[in-house]
Each structure stands twice: as structure tokens, then as C-alpha cells.
Design a protein. Structure first.
Length: 269
């Protein structure tokens, strides 16, 4: 297997601080996840070009726009894009509704087109690229409607299964399934280095801390909503204050309230 090094490109705050990973070998570059905004996607493409080796493939860990929006800019039409079948199907289903929802907010920064991964993988499938062996594992619904992670030797690209030091996105309403996945992966990924979609790398303690965050979030929503499937504006503000205190100094506090109703509905159901 070829020697390799990993470069990290992190978008700015407007781009949700999303991490894209460039895996460089003697033969070329493999990208894990793309950016949300056009400006970050162009900067990411420039970073790939600076490596001076061909982009041989892209993995998309899960079905959220901050990880797939930049594909047309970075990968064009010819570079193969790999994802689990569930992630590919979900991107095909949600990309246009997400554009309708968010392009009025982001304006010209939101791409006018998207690309659905064209190499559909099953759980445990191995892909040989750039002299390296990548193994994709599905994780089902967790942070998004369809999550996965990619293993390369002792490194694991976990997408958004954990948000170390960053407030989490919970608006897809699968926090129960997410917790179950974290419980399983704490054992399965012991001893590996985890590279998250937001925040800094670490070991399985990233998963343990994510479990603490989700548990605190669900407990607060349960108490504030009192069984209702949504929160009032005042309750949402109290939730934001509580979670800000739970994770002081962490960015993206606006995401706390964004997921409140989805989690309230999940818990009420």
C-alpha cells in the first residue's frame, strides 16, 4: 500500500467550519467530503490543484449539503464520486428541496446544480484508489437521514457522527438512532484516529462526548416541551441558553434552536 498524507481544508463560519480531507499518495489525491458554499468549494478546488496530483475520486460520508454541495466545482463531471447507496439516494431526494430552502438565505453562494454520487457502495465494500484501500461502512440514519464512515488503515473519516467542540445539527430528528450508533462505534473504533466533519480529530472520546451532548439535548427538550411535539419561542431560547452553558464557547449556537422541534417531535412520537 502506498505511503500517504492527509491535508485538511476547513471552511469558514459561513460554511459551517466543515472539514474536507485530501488524502495524498504518490499516485494522486482522494477527497473525503466537499464544501457547502461556492467560495469555499472554489478554494478547496485550488487546494487540490496545489497538491499537483490528479484527483482520482471523492467519498461523501453523508447526505447533507455542506458535504456534497461542492462536488460539481471540485470534482466536475468526470471524477468518480463514491457513497453508500443510501447516501446517494438521499442526496438525489433532498438536494433540490435543500436548494429551495437555503438558496434564498445564501444567495449566489449556494450552487445552482448538484451532483449525486455515481459509485454506489454497500456496507463493508472496499475501494482501491491512489494505491490506497478505503473501506466504507454504513451507519444508517443518525446525524442525517443516511450516514456512513470511511476507514483508511487506522484513520476513520466519520463525517458528522461527532461534532467535537461544535454545536450539533439535530434537525433531521434521528437522535435516538444516533445514540445507538455511537454506542456501537465506541467499541468498534477503539484505538483508531477519528477525523470528523467539523472540529478536530481525536479518538473514540469524540463519540463519548457526542453521546453526552445528545443526551443533554434530549433531556432538555423533554423537560421544556413537556411531551409537546414542538417548542415555543421562549422554550427554544431557554434550550439555547442551556446548551450554550453545556458547551461554552462552541460555535454555531444557532443550530441548537434549529433542531428543537424535530427532536421534540421525535421524542413525542
Amino acid at each position: 500500500m502506498s505511503e500517504h498524507r492527509i491535508h485538511t481544508f476547513t471552511a469558514g463560519e459561513a460554511g459551517l467550519f466543515v472539514n474536507s480531507y485530501l488524502v495524498e499518495s504518490d499516485d494522486g489525491v482522494v477527497l473525503v467530503d466537499a464544501s457547502l458554499l461556492l467560495s469555499d468549494s472554489r478554494a478547496l478546488a485550488e487546494r487540490v490543484a496545489e497538491v499537483g496530483k490528479p484527483l482520482l475520486g471523492v467519498f461523501v460520508t453523508h447526505a447533507h449539503p455542506d458535504h456534497f454541495n461542492g462536488l460539481p466545482v471540485v470534482a466536475g463531471d468526470g471524477v468518480p464520486v463514491y457513497a453508500s447507496a443510501e447516501v446517494a439516494d438521499t442526496i438525489a431526494r433532498i438536494a433540490e428541496p435543500k436548494r429551495a430552502q437555503w438558496q434564498p438565505v445564501y444567495g449566489d453562494e449556494w450552487p445552482d446544480k448538484h451532483r449525486v454520487p455515481d459509485h454506489r457502495l454497500s456496507d463493508g465494500e472496499v475501494v482501491d484508489l491512489a494505491g490506497l484501500r478505503f473501506t466504507l461502512h454504513t451507519a444508517g440514519a443518525a446525524e442525517s437521514h443516511a450516514d456512513s464512515y470511511v476507514v483508511l488503515d487506522d484513520r476513520v473519516f466519520i463525517g458528522d457522527l461527532a461534532f467535537p467542540g461544535v454545536h450539533s445539527y439535530t434537525a433531521d430528528g434521528h437522535t435516538g438512532d444516533w445514540l445507538a450508533t455511537l454506542d456501537r462505534l465506541v467499541t468498534e473504533l477503539e484505538g483508531r484516529t477519528l477525523l470528523p466533519g467539523h472540529g478536530t480529530p481525536g479518538g473514540v472520546e469524540l463519540l463519548v462526548e457526542q453521546r453526552r451532548y445528545l443526551t443533554a439535548y434530549r433531556e432538555a427538550v423533554t423537560r421544556l416541551a413537556g411531551g409537546a411535539p414542538s417548542l415555543t419561542g421562549e422554550q427554544r431560547e431557554r434550550l439555547t441558553a442551556e446548551m450554550t452553558e453545556f458547551l461554552p464557547g462552541a460555535p454555531l449556537t444557532w443550530m441548537i434552536g434549529l433542531g428543537a422541534d424535530a427532536v421534540a417531535a421525535e421524542l413525542a412520537g
